[in-house]
Ligand binder design. Structure first.
Ligand code: NAD
Length: 298
């Protein structure tokens, strides 16, 4: 059974990002900048942002983080987003979700200029991704999954791929990318009947559910590749918690051919792809003659 190591793989792609940033600077450009908005007091969001800032620093991307209290008005957040839109060095804008309940996420996100969308959250960029246009960013987690499979030379063409989860940030865009890579895709969700039976038909099973260790060996065809997107924090007593995926790693590893661990699986790939999108946007914005292979091989 092979471990699909997201840390090793993300280091490989981060090195590519780093090289590309060096090429940008060699053209007398400033480094690309990722501008991040953290609103309210969400500990997980703050941790994800620190990880993204560190990854940016290590690859030569500049960061600017707007840490805003929940008292900040929607109009003020939008005003700051517009300033970032107007700043020619900023090529990635990321509003860390979820926002506190009082805000209208869609309205806030819609103020990000599509050319600076670091997450592929905007309808315009989702449309480009849907159409398979090359000159666009791609949703970070799905892109990270495709690149992880690519890195380990797991060809998805002609394979039966089952994705459990249909969210706008994971399940749906991943299905599009898999389809574009010639997989036969089944999308499952909370209303799917006979889920273990459907999942067990898959050569590649992706879990993006948000339910700790829900998927066990009864969902997995012997030899299948299992990609665990889930990040769950479960109490282990004494006020401590541990991070685990949507898959029961111990049980599945007895039957699967390959599996991503949690942590150090899809998570680091998502971060690497935020960097990718930020640098790719910069190249497109400035019309630089630098090649960057953003999409998975179709
Ligand atoms: P979501 O809550 O938006 O969507 C969950 C999906 O799972 C829904 O489509 C729902 O229909 C389906 N679902 C829920 N219960 C189910 C059940 N019992 N059986 C079958 N399907 C069921 O979640 P999301 O934003 O897509 O995130 C999913 C998980 O992935 C979460 O654990 C999240 O933390 C994690 N995540 C990880 C990364 C990463 O970088 N690794 C990125 C994004 C999300």
């Amino acid at each position: 059974m092979q471990i699909l190591d997201g840390k090793v793989c993300s280091d490989f792609y981060r090195a590519q990002v780093s090289e590309t940033v060096k090429k940008i600077i060699a053209l007398n450009e400033k480094p690309p900048r990722l501008s991040v908005f953290l609103v309210g007091d969400n500990q997980s969001s703050a941790m994800y942002i620190r990880m993204k800032e560190k990854a940016c620093r290590e690859t030569g991307i500049e960061t600017r983080t707007h840490v805003l209290s929940e008292e900040t008005s929607e109009a003020d957040i939008i005003e700051l987003i517009k300033k970032e839109n107007a700043d020619s060095q900023t090529s990635g804008i990321l509003v860390q979700l979820p926002l506190p309940k009082k805000y209208n996420e869609t309205r806030i996100l819609s103020n990000i200029e599509a050319a600076k969308d670091a997450d592929c959250f905007l309808p315009e960029n989702i449309g480009h991704m849907f159409l398979g246009n090359k000159e666009t960013v791609i949703s970070c987690t799905p892109l990270g999954v495709m690149k992880l499979l690519n890195y380990y030379k797991i060809d998805v063409a002609g394979k039966d791929v089952c994705i459990i989860g249909r969210s706008n940030i994971v399940g749906k865009p991943l299905a599009l990318l898999m389809l574009a890579a010639n997989a036969t895709v089944t999308i499952c969700h909370s209303k799917t009947k006979n889920l273990p039976e459907v999942a067990k038909r898959a050569d590649i099973l992706v879990a993006a559910i948000g339910r700790a260790r829900m998927i066990d060996e009864t969902y997995v065809k012997p030899g299948a590749v299992v990609v665990d997107v889930g990040i769950n924090h479960v109490e282990v007593g004494n006020g401590k918690s541990e991070t685990c995926g949507d898959c029961d790693f111990e049980k599945i590893s007895k039957v699967a051919g390959a599996i991503t661990p949690v942590p150090k699986g899809v998570g680091p790939m998502t971060i690497a792809m935020v960097l990718y999108n930020t640098v790719y946007n910069y190249i497109l914005m400035k019309k630089l003659d630098i090649k960057m292979d953003i999409g998975p091989k179709f």
